[in-house]
Design a protein around this ligand. Structure first.
Ligand SMILES: Cc1cc2nc3c(=O)[nH]c(=O)nc-3n(C[C@H](O)[C@H](O)[C@H](O)COP(=O)(O)OP(=O)(O)OC[C@H]3O[C@@H](n4cnc5c(N)ncnc54)[C@H](O)[C@@H]3O)c2cc1C
Length: 362
């Protein structure tokens, strides 16, 4: 049935979920001239709200260059800088990061790979980390195209912006009962809102969304600590298995654990002990734990984000699966999605949600 009455609010796109995915897509569509509504239930401890927001070009035990880093990095830096300007808020901090080697084997592996695979991204630092504070028995390397996105600040500044435009709504949407699907649009009756499309950016909660429930997740819970380390004075993120990053006033965030079994947001004693013991393996100063949080990373099987529309209901879209690299990847995926909407382009099947769904009659 088509809409028969004029609704109070008319939008081109209504986004459900104001985490990193929803916020970045909202800005991207808004900057292209669309009328965008954003709806979020204001959960205090989402993945985006507790994440450290690090962007690191070379990661993992095998010193691998982050997937499509050269595509994602320029789009991400341009995007966050533009939104900083638009909101008058500084939340994107481009800063080198340092990785300490844990063994002679790591040193050798890095020496083999760095010249061949990513010479432009790494160097041996002019200012090594302070030996009094860190165990640098095997030395370190420095990554130059690295950053920290203060995600909560980015989300808050964006929420204020969209609220001022009367296009932010605080509510929890139940996708099974709150939507009235029209032929080419959607109505959310409780807000008297009519939109050409609705796009779900729900993070791990999206695994329960009935319209997209055939998308398979491989999510991982992560725990993260805030610690006080007086006198450390290291402004670069320091990595050795885990990472440690300064957030001001002798405070540092450190993390994170990976747990694929217990997909909940409860901080555990085991998680805390693991992080503290791993930090003590390479950082020599005493520290005090001030805060401890946990959330579930929205990782989709195949480990790549998915965007696009439902194969049977093209007025219903999806943006999820940012995994553990959301800060780097969100702007590129939002841009690709927004362009496909405005130019009616096909989304490559690798990232197209429709090709990852096994749709029965819903
Ligand atoms: C411990 C930890 C550390 C991390 N560190 C980093 C890091 O250093 N760098 C990095 O890039 N990434 C990191 N990540 C990953 C990063 O947090 C995610 O990639 C990203 O935040 C996911 O964003 P999202 O918007 O998809 O999901 P979410 O952050 O889960 O956001 C979804 C939003 O939608 C809302 N919502 C969901 N369903 C509904 C509904 N039906 N109605 C209304 N609202 C709804 C939720 O309340 C939430 O606000 C980390 C994650 C964890 C857990």
């Amino acid at each position: 049935m088509e809409q028969s009455q004029i609704m109070k609010h008319e939008f081109d796109t209504c986004i459900i979920g104001q985490g990193l995915a929803g916020t970045t897509l909202a800005w991207t569509l808004h900057r292209m001239g669309q009328r965008v509504a954003v709806i979020d239930r204001d959960e205090p401890l989402s993945s985006s709200r507790i994440a450290a927001g690090l962007i690191t070009p070379v990661t993992g035990k095998r010193f691998v260059k982050s997937w499509r880093f050269d595509d994602f990095w320029p789009i991400a830096t341009e995007f966050y800088r533009a939104i900083e300007k638009e909101t008058g808020t500084g939340f994107f901090h481009q800063r080198n990061s340092v990785r300490l080697f844990a063994s002679r084997e790591e040193q050798e592996l890095f020496a083999q790979k760095s010249n061949r695979d990513y010479p432009e991204l790494v160097r041996y630092p002019e200012n090594p980390v302070n030996e009094k504070n860190f165990d640098r028995s095997f030395g370190e390397f420095e990554m130059t195209q690295a950053a920290r996105l203060n995600i909560p600040l980015y989300l808050d500044a964006s929420r204020d912006y969209f609220s001022r435009k009367n296009s932010y709504f605080n509510a929890e949407i139940n996708p099974s009962i709150d939507l009235q699907l029209q032929n080419n649009s959607v109505i959310l009756k409780q807000f008297e809102l009519h939109s050409k499309r609705i796009i779900f950016c729900e993070g791990f909660s999206g695994s329960k969304n009935r319209w997209f429930e055939s998308v398979r997740f491989d999510a991982a819970k992560g725990e993260i600590l805030t610690v006080k380390i007086p006198g450390l004075n290291e402004q670069r993120a320091v990595h050795r298995g885990i990472w440690l990053v300064a957030v001001g006033d002798d405070l540092y965030r450190m993390g994170a654990t990976y747990d694929r079994k217990n997909l909940n947001t409860t901080p555990t004693e085991t998680g805390r002990e693991e992080l503290c013991s791993r930090l003590s393996n390479f950082m020599r100063l005493p520290f005090e734990v001030l805060d401890h949080h946990a959330a579930v990373r929205p990782i989709i099987l195949g480990r790549k984000p998915l965007i696009g529309f439902h194969p049977q209901y093209p007025q219903m879209g999806y943006f999820n699966g940012l995994g553990s690299k959301g800060s780097l990847q969100a702007p590129w995926f939002a841009d690709t999605f927004a362009q496909s909407i405005s130019e009616n382009n096909n989304i490559p099947s690798e990232f197209n949600v429709a090709t990852h769904m096994n749709v029965q009659n819903q």
